[in-house]
Design a protein around this ligand. Structure first.
Ligand code: SF4
Length: 166
């Protein structure tokens, strides 16, 4: 897998101060995508075993409350295996820190994937420019959902994160 960048301290993508990983490669091509430089699967840099160790090291800091994985498309078939490994290692090392992932795919099509065992929150759905709303928290367009994965998997139905539930 390749990745576009790592942010050591991110306060925009999820609650609190977080580490963010932007993976490389996406085929959705949403109109006015916020991150078009991440579409090319050959762009960015190789995500190696050393990169994983560096990422986990950044997450060790006490003020870091969690890891956010964005894209690009973390759940694309070319990326999901590596992202699942990152998620597993992160949760093994930091069971009390949270893991958020943003994807253009829908939860209903991902719920059987191994990665769901390690996820706390999934923000799903493609970005739809016509539904863009500045006031939305942690998502760009109104069709996207901020999903509480632990609750959804436990109760076997989609449960939105409390802050998004109306
Ligand atoms: S899924 Fe995300 S990265 Fe891919 S085109 Fe849409 S907004 Fe851009």
């Amino acid at each position: 897998m390749r990745y576009a960048k790592i942010r050591k301290m991110d306060v925009s993508n999820g609650p609190g101060i977080r580490v963010s990983l932007f993976v490389q490669g996406c085929t959705f091509n949403c109109k006015n995508c916020f991150n078009p430089e991440t579409h090319d699967f050959n762009g960015g840099e190789e995500f190696t075993a050393e990169t994983l160790q560096e990422l986990l090291k950044l997450c060790e800091k006490d003020f870091i409350v969690g890891l956010s994985i964005l894209g690009g498309e973390p759940m694309h078939p070319k990326n999901i295996k590596e992202v699942t490994l990152i998620a597993k290692k992160f949760k093994e090392k930091f069971p009390h820190k949270d893991l958020w992932i943003w994807t253009g795919f829908l939860y209903e099509n991902l719920r059987e994937q191994e990665i769901m065992n390690y996820l706390d929150v999934l923000v799903d759905g493609q970005y739809v420019d016509e539904l863009h709303d500045f006031t939305l928290q942690w998502r760009g367009s109104a069709n996207q959902r901020v999903i509480d994965i632990k609750q959804s998997q436990m109760k076997n139905k989609l449960i939105l994160l409390e802050t998004q539930a109306k």
